[in-house]
Structures are given as C-alpha cells and as structure tokens.
Design a protein around this ligand. Structure first.
Ligand SMILES: *[C@@H]1O[C@H](CO)[C@@H](O)[C@H](O)[C@H]1NC(C)=O
Ligand SMILES: *[C@@H]1O[C@H](CO)[C@@H](O)[C@H](O)[C@H]1NC(C)=O
Ligand SMILES: *[C@@H]1O[C@H](CO)[C@@H](O)[C@H](O)[C@H]1NC(C)=O
Ligand SMILES: *[C@@H]1O[C@H](CO)[C@@H](O)[C@H](O)[C@H]1NC(C)=O
Length: 313
C-alpha cells in the first residue's frame, strides 16, 4: 500500500512509469474510465440521455474499459462511482454548461478529483469540446466564451512556443506525428463557442491553473484549443480526437493515417494516466453490472452526427 502511494506521488510529478533507479512502478493495467452521459435534445421513452459510442471506442482502443456515468443521480452514487473508477471523460455535445444534469455531475467529479489528487490519490479527467468549455467554467466559475466560426472544420494545431514538446500530453508523441499535427488539418472542430486566447489570458484563475498547449484561429479570433492543468492530471481539447477514427458522418472529419494516429496517441496518453489510479469496484459483480457492455449502441449515423449512440432511461 505504501509503495503504491509513493508511486502515485512520483508519477504525478513526473508522468513516467519507472523511477530514477529504473524499478518499474506498479501500474493498474485494468483501468476503467467513466464517460459522462448528457440529455438528449428531444427525449422519447427510454431515450432521455445518451453517450456517443465514439468516446467509448476511443478509450477501448487504448486498453480501457468504460462505465457510463448517468446524469441526475445522487451525490452519494457519484461518490461511490468515483471510488470505483480510474478517470472520467466529459464528452462533447450540446447541453447547458451551467444547468444540465451533465454539468451538475461533471462538477461533482471535478471537485472529487481535485480533492483526491491533492491527497496523492491520482485521478485524471479529460474534456472534449463541450467538456473542454465545461472545465474552463468549473475552474474559473465563469463562462468566458465567444462566438467563433468553427462549427465544422479540420485545422492544424498552432503549438504554443516550446510548450507542447515538454508538455505531459505531447511529450511522448512521435516526432513525425507532432510535425503532422502542426502542418496538416488533423484536428476536427465542431463548436460555435470558444475561449479566446485573450479571454483565457485575462482570467488569472485559468491562466494559473492550465497551461495552453495549442491555439487556433477562425480567421478572426484566436482561441485556445489544447490545455493541461499544471498541477493536476486534467486535460482538455476544444477539438475532437475521437472522431478521426470513429465518426464518418461529416465530410470534414479527417481520416488520413496521421489523423487516425492522432486518435490513438491521444487515447493512449489518457488511458495511461488512468493506469496510475488504483480505485476499484468493491466486487467483481458490481464492476460487471456497471460496465458499458450491459448496453447496446444504436446506429444513428443516418440522422445524427454520430454513427452510434448509447441511449439511457
Ligand atoms: C436531469 O435533470 C435536469 C435538470 O436538473 C432536467 O432538465 C433533465 O430533464 C433531467 N434528465 C433526465 C434524463 O433525468
Ligand atoms: C470574451 O471575449 C468577447 C469577445 O470575443 C467579449 O465580448 C467578452 O466580453 C469577453 N468576456 C470576458 C469576461 O472577458
Ligand atoms: C466561416 O469559415 C468558413 C471556412 O471554414 C468560410 O468559408 C466562411 O466564409 C466563414 N464564415 C464567416 C461568416 O466568416
Ligand atoms: C500561432 O500563434 C502565434 C502566437 O502564439 C501567432 O503569432 C501566430 O499568428 C499563430 N499562427 C496561426 C497560423 O494562427
């Protein structure tokens, strides 16, 4: 137990898998990650909330299992789940950042994660698109978003000078992939709101909490596109790493080899973060009951931006 505790502290500050004398540090090779559901736009019987299957496939492709985190559950239930899983992902989507079941549940996991990490209990969080915007809201307590013309476009990343290569997120990416990310339109943007570099920088809280790893522009406004927290394993992209390999419904989603590689390396990074968490379900039965394997994704690609979705009551 003591050894694991020390290992967590060590990996937290160094994000590596072996210590100075080369002894491999124990990792959790059966990580389970919670993916947060959100309200459907028009509820119908048994279809009140959903998770796009691409987020599940994204995590599974890098060796994690997924547990759906349902909305509108009790704080106690979220606390129980938090002690059972090894990380959470806040997906993109279209619900309120201030008042949805999605944002309420995310706020609870965010606060639990801050507390746990501060006590040496490693617990990573990932936010994509709406999840990115939500994290900036949870951290700053303010909605600092601006309208941008970015609702369906693939862009190269503008890495913040010298920051990306020594970031935890990108430092182990292959050199050729980093070059591709900088020069090819690989990162798919599907958002009407962004946090401009200006607004981000003006917020003392955001500026001191997150390191900006990349920015982009819609031609008028420069906005923040990739962040990692300085002192917490919290990561977010305004763009969609999961879409390249798993969504085909829109012509602007890139599928070239470098784009697919990006999906994998982003997932591989985050799942490795979850391998540093040692939370677990109290029993195998409870674990089995919680896994997403209990639900069937539906084909929705003919009507929606997502090829497949999981629907929940
Ligand atoms: C969840 O709660 C929100 C408000 O807190 C409500 O608008 C929404 O309909 C609820 N959704 C479900 C699926 O229970
Ligand atoms: C954020 O930027 C927009 C301009 O894009 C501006 O209208 C808005 O007031 C800014 N918000 C804050 C809180 O600085
Ligand atoms: C938005 O961006 C697209 C290119 O992605 C461009 O064709 C279009 O003219 C832009 N619209 C506005 C209102 O700037
Ligand atoms: C990249 O960001 C820098 C500032 O960090 C800016 O000067 C430059 O114009 C940006 N390039 C593009 C292509 O957006």
């Amino acid at each position: 137990m003591i050894r694991i505790y020390l290992a967590c502290l060590f990996t937290f500050s160094n994000a590596v898998f072996s210590n100075h004398i080369g002894t491999p540090i124990k990792t959790n090779d059966r990580p389970i990650i919670g993916v947060l559901a959100q309200e459907v736009y028009k509820p119908t019987p048994h279809r009140n909330s959903y998770i796009a299957a691409s987020y599940v496939k994204f995590l599974e492709s890098a060796g994690a299992r997924v547990v759906p985190l349902m909305i509108n559950k009790s704080d106690d239930e979220y606390r129980r789940l938090f002690r059972s899983i090894n990380g959470v992902l806040f997906p993109g989507g279209g619900v309120s950042i201030k008042s949805s079941g999605y944002s309420k549940a995310a706020g609870i996991f965010y606060r639990l994660a801050l507390e746990a990490n501060s006590n040496g209990d490693y617990f990573p969080i990932w936010g994509t698109c709406l999840g990115f915007e939500l994290l900036t809201f949870l951290t700053s307590g303010k909605l600092l978003l601006s309208r941008t013309n970015t609702s369906g476009i693939a862009l190269p990343l503008n890495f913040t000078d010298g920051k990306a290569i020594d970031s935890r997120l990108f430092k182990d990416f292959p050199v050729d992939l980093m070059k591709s990310l900088e020069t090819e339109p690989i990162t798919e943007n599907s958002h009407r709101w962004s946090i401009t570099t200006k607004n981000f920088t003006k917020s003392k809280t955001l500026k001191s909490f997150y390191r900006v790893l990349s920015t982009n522009t819609d031609g008028q406004k420069e906005f923040v596109s990739t962040i990692e927290a300085y002192n917490f394993p919290i990561y977010a992209t305004q763009w969609h790493p999961e879409k390249n390999a798993f969504e085909w419904t829109r012509p602007y989603i890139p599928h070239m080899p470098s784009a697919i590689k990006t999906t994998f390396y982003m997932a591989y990074f985050f799942v490795n973060e979850a391998r540093k968490s040692f939370h677990s379900f109290p029993s195998t039965e409870e674990e089995e009951k919680a896994l997403i394997y209990n639900y069937k994704p539906q084909y929705t690609g003919s009507k929606s931006a997502f090829e497949q979705k999981y629907f929940f009551d």
